[in-house]
Write a protein that binds this ligand. Structure first.
Ligand code: PLP
Length: 393
């Protein structure tokens, strides 16, 4: 019996445990001193009333002899898939419900999708990046090429014609950088993918934070994308489902490689290895698309986006370079005075009791940068920014 030796190639991820250790050491040394957390990637606003009511009703249905449901369709109930299609339709993207697959979240699908691709494929991943893209490919033993995201390209790398990759990861709005691709930029990626016979894995987990109508929320708003892209999305940040768990993946029926339709492969994969998301959760997710649900989730998103603006305005006032914060809950700033990421972390925690995330934890190109998130408490976020400004003076 042999284990998958590729796991030995994974780097241990100490990022969040190292942060937790430093915070707890600070707390022991400074008892009673307030800490403001701007590093958190989890939401803090509760589920909205429409979602809760739908889940309660669904739970009652499950408790009734005539309304009980057992196994549901592996790819999700039609009521939710149709609601998702209608949501895309608002932006002119026409999807059939069998192109949408409901899951327990984007992270699972982003990892699981690799089942349908050969391990010989070369993968192109931005640096810095959401670590799941890297680790899931290391586990499968794929060759990974990194593309540089940096201050010079505003952390939005574009295709390099000299480089060939079979699988390309794009995330917009981006975690950790908050940067958002324009239509023109995404078109360049779609054209590249079609010319190179590559597939784009497009992570739209933060699409709900895009306020600027000119920016694409889905890669399918770009002509040709249905021929080359799979899109992942999630209710986690849109509607506070980080603990409730629900997301979806779009695999267009046009997507065809090696003469095989990827939609069929993914359906086969899901029906074999997955038994669907809880009925109660899917009813809750469907409530997100009702008029009441839409206006209620907008309120939570507005709270986060107001935090993002508070942070971004502070960076602007202080003359600090940053990306994100306008159409994204992440602010990615260049550490002042040439600080390295962890030194800036130590400074903010030690001097001001503010916790963020060192950019170096997201890849080598994150060194010298720092991520702050808008998911914290509004008052605390404002307080942290006031302290930062006062300290700079
Ligand atoms: N994609 C990105 C870019 C993320 O930042 C996250 C979560 O932080 C996910 C996907 C995971 O989403 P989910 O909670 O649906 O698994």
């Amino acid at each position: 019996m042999k284990i998958n030796q590729n796991y030995a190639n994974l780097q241990e991820s100490y990022l969040f445990s190292d942060i937790a250790k430093k915070v707890s050491a600070y707390q022991s040394a400074n008892p009673g001193k307030k800490i403001i957390k701007l590093g958190i990637g989890d939401v803090t606003q509760p589920l909205c009333e429409s979602v809760v009511a739908a889940m309660v009703d669904a739970a009652r249905e499950l408790g009734g002899r005539d309304t009980f449901r057992g196994y549901g369709p592996e790819q999700g109930y039609a009521f939710l898939r149709e609601a998702i299609c209608a949501y895309y339709g608002e932006r002119g993207v026409v999807l059939a419900s069998d192109e949408v697959f409901v899951s327990d979240g984007a992270k699972s699908d982003i990892g699981n999708i690799l089942d349908i691709f050969c391990t010989d494929n070369t993968v192109l991943i931005p640096n810095p990046v959401y670590p799941v893209y890297v680790d899931t490919n290391i586990m499968a033993g794929r060759n990974i090429l990194f593309m540089d995201a940096s201050q010079s390209n505003l952390f939005l790398p574009l295709p390099d014609e000299a480089l060939h990759a079979d699988i390309i990861y794009l995330c917009s709005p981006n975690n950790p950088t908050g940067a958002v691709y324009t239509r023109e930029q995404l078109k360049q990626w779609v054209d590249y993918a079609i010319a190179h016979d590559s597939v784009i894995l497009f992570d739209a987990a933060y699409e709900a934070f895009i306020a600027d109508d000119k920016l694409p929320r889905s890669i399918y708003e770009i002509e040709g994308a249905k021929k080359c892209a799979i899109e992942f999305c999630s209710f986690s940040k849109t509607a506070g489902f980080t603990g409730t768990r629900c997301g979806y993946t779009v695999v267009p029926s046009e997507l065809c490689f090696d003469g095989v339709h990827l939609n069929k492969l993914w359906l086969r994969r899901q029906t074999t290895k997955f038994n669907g998301v809880a009925y109660t959760v899917q009813r809750g997710a469907a409530a997100v698309f009702t008029p009441e649900g839409r206006s209620q989730i907008k309120e939570s998103i507005a709270i986060y986006m107001n935090n993002a603006k508070t942070i971004a305005d502070t960076m602007t006032d202080m003359g600090m370079w940053f990306t994100g914060g306008i159409n994204s809950p992440y602010i990615w700033l260049k550490c002042p005075r040439g600080y390295k990421s962890w030194d800036y972390f130590d400074y903010l925690l030690g001097e001001l009791g503010i916790v963020g995330t060192p950019g170096a934890g997201f890849g080598t190109n994150g060194e010298g940068f720092f991520r702050m998130t808008a998911f914290g408490d509004a008052e605390e976020t404002a307080q942290a920014m006031a302290m930062l400004k006062a300290a700079a003076k």
